[in-house]
Design a protein around this ligand. Structure first.
Ligand SMILES: Cc1cc2nc3c(=O)[nH]c(=O)nc-3n(C[C@H](O)[C@H](O)[C@H](O)COP(=O)(O)OP(=O)(O)OC[C@H]3O[C@@H](n4cnc5c(N)ncnc54)[C@H](O)[C@@H]3O)c2cc1C
Length: 377
């Protein structure tokens, strides 16, 4: 190992490895440290849907920018990343939800996103396994599905090709206010910057950080190629995913390149363990049957859980901490860290190196939580 670094990134999930690649590519001497493997954590648990979202202008800007960066990588990605341009279908079950299709379509078109509104017949043709009688859908053809853990491993390889080093299976005790880290065994490693890419564990490294774990369940089936052709998401998802008060479940079905169907998902605060809860699985399957009744006949082969790193305003934390210019955050990506890792990495590197950013970075600065939040202990 080199004795000192320009930046030490703690966390080799998809966000940390994307940041490491971007910093190393920019000429910095980079070290990545993780207590586990690369692409473990939420990255191994997540769904891998690269999706443009429109909850807020800032969320839209980061997801749209990041999806463009993913498309630029596209064919250069190794086969095990399973980059599939299958698109998203936002499904409207009734006329109220068709109004939401119209709103989303107008929002997207005004901002240059390709979308297509489907009526009842067109949605049935697009997805024959949907329950007959759906009101319609919004098709977003350029949304993508990938397999996230292999993407994180690829990003780490790319970072290494630019001279980055890594220490896996090595827990970090603290980020030093003067830069660098202290490992759990007491070893201090110096650097100009330390980057907290610890995902839902990031508050352990930066006490007081406004990040809370939000548990999610997933179910994967045996292989049924063609059962779904797009990533299918209910528009009711918008109502339930945004409820921060209670546990929620929404229909979200993803076709994998293997032909397997990946069914999501649930959202729970205050559920810190990774136990699979039969009650949540039951709710997810019942909800899915309301959209694709045939799902009841598919064999489930595995269920698991993961934790999203949620912030109060549903935007990630990207930039310097409040108490030390040497500690940077790249965390708090909730359910969108796979989508937004590349945009996050660009914003982090551009701001750290004093370069112009391609989208406004202010909405994601950790300093927005200054009032009342005791960052960095
Ligand atoms: C059920 C579910 C479905 C999802 N679906 C999607 C989706 O479809 N699309 C999408 O865009 N996003 C999705 N997400 C969100 C996405 O998975 C996360 O936002 C993303 O993986 C976060 O990546 P990360 O690198 O920040 O965190 P992680 O992948 O959790 O990585 C953090 C790393 O930090 C390491 N670490 C933490 N503390 C320390 C320490 N003290 N010392 C050393 N190492 C440490 C951990 O070991 C871990 O490897 C989903 C999440 C869940 C749970």
């Amino acid at each position: 190992l080199s004795r000192t670094y320009d930046a030490i990134v703690v966390g080799a999930g998809i966000v940390g490895t994307a940041c490491a690649w971007e910093l190393a590519r920019s000429g910095m001497r980079v070290l990545v440290v993780d207590r586990g493997p690369a692409g473990g954590g939420a990255t191994a648990a997540g769904m891998g849907h690269l999706v443009v979202m429109d909850d807020s202008e800032a969320q839209f800007a980061l997801t749209f920018y990041s999806r463009r960066l993913w498309h630029e990588l596209g064919d250069a990605l190794p086969a095990d990343v399973e980059f599939q341009r299958c698109g998203t279908l936002w499904i409207a079950a009734d006329e109220d939800e068709m109004a939401e299709v119209a709103r989303k379509a107008a929002f997207a078109r005004q901002r240059g996103v390709r979308v297509e509104a489907l009526d009842s017949r067109a949605v049935a043709e697009a997805e024959p396994n949907l329950r007959p009688g759906m009101a319609g859908a919004l098709r977003v053809p350029d949304d993508v599905v990938i397999y996230p853990p292999c993407a994180a491993r690829y990003f780490l390889e790319r970072a290494r090709s630019h001279g980055a080093e890594s220490m896996l299976n090595t827990p970090v005790r603290a980020l030093r206010p003067e830069g660098g880290v202290v490992l759990a065994d007491g070893t201090a490693i110096e650097a100009r910057f330390g980057v907290n890419a610890g995902g839902s564990w990031s508050p352990e490294l930066t006490p007081g950080l406004p990040v809370r774990p939000r548990k999610g369940h997933l179910i994967i089936t045996d292989r049924y190629p063609g059962f779904a052709r797009h990533q299918l998401v209910e528009l009711g998802y918008l109502k339930s995913a945004h409820s921060v008060a209670s546990d929620s479940v929404a229909f979200n079905l993803q076709p994998r390149k293997t032909g397997q169907m990946l069914l999501g998902s649930s959202r729970q605060f205050d559920a810190l363990d990774d136990r699979v809860e039969m009650g949540m699985l039951d709710r997810m399957i019942r909800r899915a049957q309301e959209y694709v009744p045939g799902i009841a006949d598919l064999n489930i082969i595995r269920c698991w859980t993961g934790h999203r790193a949620a912030t109060p305003d549903k935007l990630p934390l990207i930039g310097p901490s409040l108490t030390s210019e040497r500690i940077w955050q790249a965390t708090g990506h909730e359910g969108l860290g796979i989508t937004t890792c590349l945009g996050t990495a660009r914003l982090l590197a551009d701001t750290m190196l004093g370069r112009a950013t391609q989208i406004d970075h202010e909405p994601y600065l950790p300093g927005r939580f200054a009032a009342g939040a005791a960052h960095d202990g």
